[in-house]
Write a protein that binds this ligand. Sequence first.
Ligand code: SRM
Ligand code: SF4
Length: 573
Amino acid sequence: MSTSDIKPNSKHDANAKFADNERLKTQSNFLRGTIEADLSDQLTGGFNADNFQLIRFHGMYQQDDRDIRPERNKQKLEPLHNVMLRARMPGGIIQPQQWLAIDEFAADKTMYGSIRLTTRQTFQFHGVLKPNIKEMHQMLNSVGIDSIATAGDVNRNVLCTTNPVESELHQEAYDWATKISEHLLPHTKAYAEIWLDGEKTETTEEPILGSTYLPRKFKTTVTIPPNNEVDVHANDLNFVAIADNGKLVGFNVLVGGGLAMTHGDTATYPRKADDFGFISLEHTLKIAEHVVSVQRDWGNRANRKNAKTKYTLDTFGSDNFKAEVEQRAGVKFEDSRPYEFTTRGDRFGWVEGIDGKHHLTVFIQNGRILDYPNQPLKTGCRKIAEIHQGDFRMTANQNLIIAGVPAEQKAEIEKIAYEHGLIDDSHTNQRKASMACVSLPTCPLAMAEAERYLSDLVEKTEALLDKHNVADDDIIMRVVGCPNGCGRAMLAEVGLVGKGPGKYNVYLGGNREGTRVPKLFLENVSEDVYVPALDELIGQWSKERNNGECFGDFVIRKGIVAEVKVSKTDFHA
Ligand code: SRM
Ligand code: SF4
């Protein structure tokens, strides 16, 4: 196919100039590009031209360590190119044998030695050098893991509430997450051909994604209320489980959430998803397919900053989008069934499931599993994996659940967890309610620190809560290194968004349930401004809040920031 064959998007200006990503997808021979040839190019540790982008569809990003970039530059060396890999793990479930394999690879073959749990229920390896990339995929494949479509303009890793307590409902929801993930995967066999030495085949079509794939990344969840830990409003497509007597009967479908924006560009904004209505179970895959197909055909392929589903809904009308989905799927949405989100946090410690199995949720600061001085988290996880009879579940808050433990093994697992810092009674509620994205040194888009700064900020916030006699309370606080918002600051009660080194925009007014976008409070400020400001606000909150009123609700009630009701009009107003 040549560039001139790219079909103009019927809904947009036929003369618009397509984003260059459209050309490269078109010319990629269904995501193959020249990646294979590039792998044997020893002149560079990186990937050439279009392959830099194409490897994303195979779950990898080319990166370099930004801390050492200036020094290498001085020495006239190319940046120390490496890749970050993100695995595909619908619902975040990983078996002990798989854990042992990734633990070993992280230790032996990555620059940082860590396993990084992400905000989307999977893990990343950071710092894999080119000669080790193929081996990495083959190792993953040998234990039943792949990284297909965890990045790029496709449907990404499908999230599912990590709720091992109501095991039956969770099992059903998890099965749907897996089915949806598989249904929406690219059909091309490029991944197997390139990384697993699979048989060379010819791909002639991508029946759901289309030969030029989607206009932009696409994110999906399956969610079991009342817990919204997957943060539905960060996602393009959400299936909210509706149960009758503990049996899953269907889903309410929410479409068009997303959190990214660009500093200074008011045409970009975080936006909540719209409720399209209820569907019964048998329509799930059809609806998933056609929300994707409408976004595929109506999404903006000229301007990538306005290409996500949230903008397609705002451009063409949510009702029109919904009607088109109904027509293509041959399914009418029914009225939404009642449900409520009441919580977003993980339930730390042990809980017993209805099947009598026990589940231990451990807090992993920033999701970074590594052996720290006095806290050998990685060794602890490995020791547990060596004896564990259940599985592990990665949560969307970057934490880990050791799930399905029989009563007789609880004590042994708990002992290992304590000895290795996986259970640490000194962690405050505030620490557990705080989250940051990766940011520096690996993220090429980072403008300010996030992961490496979070602990300091938490300590300062803990001191403020203590000072105002509310030390047992907490505020959902999230820090991101840039406005892409990977740590979901745009659904936090207090969200810090990186603007430059040590400088952040401070947003206030999200709620505990994750159903409200916060609003700008302070712009481009450093700690000497926002810590005293938080001191004052926390002081006010501690004295003037209504019974049980959370910080985010308080700042809205007091008019400290205005409520964002409709993002398109309210967010930048
Ligand atoms: Fe993200 C890009 C890390 C969740 C919105 N994200 C990136 C990249 C790959 C930078 C890049 O493009 O080169 C970051 C790699 C950093 C590194 O060194 O690892 C990165 N994103 C992450 C993770 C690892 C953050 C974390 O601390 O856990 C999360 C991986 C999720 C996963 O397993 O798939 C992660 N990213 C998110 C989320 C939150 C979510 O989905 O729940 C968002 C906001 C929700 C949304 O999509 O609206 C998010 N990431 C972005 C964006 C902005 C997309 C947009 O709509 O404009 C980018 C940049 C882009 O795509 O151009 C981005
Ligand atoms: Fe990187 Fe920005 Fe995402 Fe943080 S929010 S990981 S800095 S892209």
